[in-house]
Design a protein around this ligand. Structure first.
Ligand code: ASP
Length: 355
């Protein structure tokens, strides 16, 4: 990564670190083709000279080779987390400029790797590049920086968690989902309310934001394990496909994408295949194909058998948070039963806890 200093004209004590990974916000058309490709951060600066006039001071750390977020992987998540930890004391908040395609995965992954954080990490990006005359890039970037530097009256971070700011809303990172690729309101969170709404002013919904932790003890293990598979159900899915996925070499966990409130076929072969895989120590995590609502194993007869054989309910977790939570837990040197236990509870606000 390289450091880019932004000269600033304001006299501010709040410092924000902007981590530029790539994505449409900083893309342009390659000269030889018609494709959008990530450009160097200096071109972003040329387009928003106002960054120098912000009410906080800004430093940029940019990937040497910015990426389209379709190329993100666990090593990049660990690199971003490490960058934040290395600079944690020096800065009041962090903004991660990231492509929208996998932003919800990255924000979820960071929420686990940096759980307990007490400073804001705001992910943002854009549907149109900053160089386009009509774009959402400028507003998303400037507002994210403002949110990352905002403190409450006690001088503590207003949003001490990993969030996504896009269009007009600030969403918890591990509750958000990219739902739209044509309009500016790309992200939604069906199962959790916004943390803030941005109009003329930024209206924070303090009760929805994770409580401020007086000390942050980072995870000792910045590790993730990618041996996770997905079994997405559809009517008539074949035994061959189901068994191939459940028994794929090195697979330690599978997200079972079920119907409605966590329902699945009751055919004997299907239940037996799952049961056998679970007995062989595979974690099977039930996440619904529905975007809103929650898995309730046992509500219907078509989910009771899943409960009986030891499928773990993902409750109202998003698929992005579910996948990254599995990758995180499997990377933490935990026992099989510890992983099972932690999958059912909220680690970073990703699941609604029952009262
Ligand atoms: N393909 C781009 C990316 O995710 C899309 C975007 O940034 O909106 O990097």
């Amino acid at each position: 990564m390289k450091t880019i200093e932004i000269p600033h004209t304001q006299n501010s004590k709040n410092k924000v670190l902007l981590i530029y990974t790539g994505g449409t916000l900083g893309m342009g058309y390659a000269s030889q083709s018609k494709n959008l490709v990530p450009f160097d951060f200096s071109q972003i600066l040329d387009n928003i000279p106002e960054l120098q006039n912000l009410a906080c001071s800004l430093q940029v750390r940019a990937f040497d080779n910015p990426i389209d977020s379709s190329n993100v992987n666990k090593n990049i998540w660990i690199k971003i987390a490490q960058e934040i930890l290395d600079n944690y004391q020096e800065f009041d908040g962090f903004v991660v400029l990231h492509g929208t395609d996998t932003m919800a995965f990255s924000a979820s992954a960071l929420s686990f790797l940096l759980r307990g954080i007490n400073k804001p990490v705001i992910f943002t990006g854009a549907q149109l590049p900053i160089g386009a005359i009509r774009n959402d890039a400028r507003r998303n970037l400037v507002t994210s920086i403002e949110i990352a530097s905002t403190k409450n009256l006690q001088g503590k971070a207003k949003v001490p968690e990993i969030a996504i700011f896009f269009n007009e809303v600030l969403l918890r990172g591990n509750r958000a989902k990219k739902m739209e690729s044509s309009h500016f309101d790309a992200f939604k969170s069906e199962n959790y309310p916004p943390l803030a709404r941005v109009g003329i002013q930024v209206q924070y919904f303090t009760n929805e934001i994770l409580p401020y932790q007086s000390s942050f003890l980072p995870n000792m293990l910045l590790e993730m394990n990618e041996n996770v598979g997905v079994l997405k159900l559809f009517p008539s899915i074949s035994k061959n496909i189901v068994e191939t996925i459940l028994n794929a070499e090195n697979t330690e966990a599978v997200v079972l994408e079920t119907y409605g409130s966590g329902n699945a076929p009751t055919e004997k072969w299907f239940v037996q295949s799952l049961e056998k895989a679970i007995k062989n120590n595979l974690h099977v995590y039930n996440i619904s194909q529905c975007i809103g609502g929650q898995v309730q194993q046992g509500r219907y007869a078509t989910s009771q058998q899943l409960q009986d054989i030891g499928v773990i309910s993902g409750k109202d977790i998003t698929w992005e948070a579910g996948i990254t939570k599995l990758m995180y837990l499997l990377g933490q040197n935990l026992t099989h039963s510890q992983v099972r236990e932690l999958l059912s509870v909220s680690l970073a606000g990703e699941i609604t806890e029952e009262n």
